[in-house]
Ligand binder design. Structure first.
Ligand SMILES: NC(=O)c1ccc[n+]([C@@H]2O[C@H](COP(=O)([O-])OP(=O)(O)OC[C@H]3O[C@@H](n4cnc5c(N)ncnc54)[C@H](OP(=O)(O)O)[C@@H]3O)[C@@H](O)[C@H]2O)c1
Length: 177
């Protein structure tokens, strides 16, 4: 497995903490060239340093909010401008809000929808032309809540169902999501 990702360019959203950060460090060990994004630049810098400590190339760190259309466009464009290609898009950035249909607001719904679903649609649209060229892949980080109900996280469950269906149907037929 060593250097299995050598020469591969991987863009990871939500790489400043949690699953995205762990994925970044793991792929750095495997030799990937990484483009890492998140809103918190301090956290992003820390993850970037952890990646470099594995002996990999210096990751490209891009601060941006995936619910902001121009930030999202900039993230994909800067990645391709810097590395000249894109092989893997990891759609990981996401938020969790607690509540049921009786206790949540439409503002909460919009916030979670825009972060966990709409941004993925836009990122995928922007990345697909580059992934077609590289015959690359998309990884969508969803949740078991997309297929199993858990009380009090209704919003996440409903929106993860959308992502799970997209992933099974494949947003673009060329990709296994
Ligand atoms: N951990 C679990 O048990 C679990 C279970 C089910 C699903 N998931 C899914 O797995 C993914 C990662 O979860 P996690 O547990 O690792 O969460 P986490 O530690 O809270 O990390 C979430 C990441 O998403 C980024 N993010 C959130 N909103 C963003 C926005 N508007 N623009 C840009 N980046 C944004 C955060 O970066 P900044 O704060 O720097 O912006 C952070 O890097 C999520 O999609 C989540 O729904 C996790």
């Amino acid at each position: 497995m060593a250097a299995a990702f050598a020469g591969k360019v991987v863009l990871i959203t939500g790489a400043s903490s949690g699953i995205g950060a762990a994925t970044a460090v793991h792929l750095a060990r495997l030799g990937a060239s990484l483009s890492l994004t998140g809103r918190n630049l301090d956290n992003l810098n820390r993850v970037g340093q952890q990646c470099e400590q594995t002996g990999s190339l210096k990751p490209l760190l891009l601060k941006g909010d995936v619910t902001n259309e121009s930030d999202t466009k900039q993230i994909v464009e800067s990645t391709v401008a810097h590395f000249g290609r894109l092989d893997v898009l990891v759609n990981n950035a996401g938020i969790l809000e607690m509540g049921t249909i009786e206790t949540t607001s439409l503002e909460q719904y919009d916030r979670v929808f825009n972060t966990n679903v709409r941004s993925i649609y836009q990122l995928t649209q922007l990345a697909v032309p580059h992934l077609v060229k590289s015959q690359g892949n998309i990884v969508n980080v969803s949740s078991v809540n997309g297929i199993r109900s858990v009380r009090l996280i209704l919003i996440l469950i409903e929106l993860n169902k959308i992502l799970s269906v997209w992933s099974r149907q494949q947003i673009s037929p060329q990709f296994i999501c």
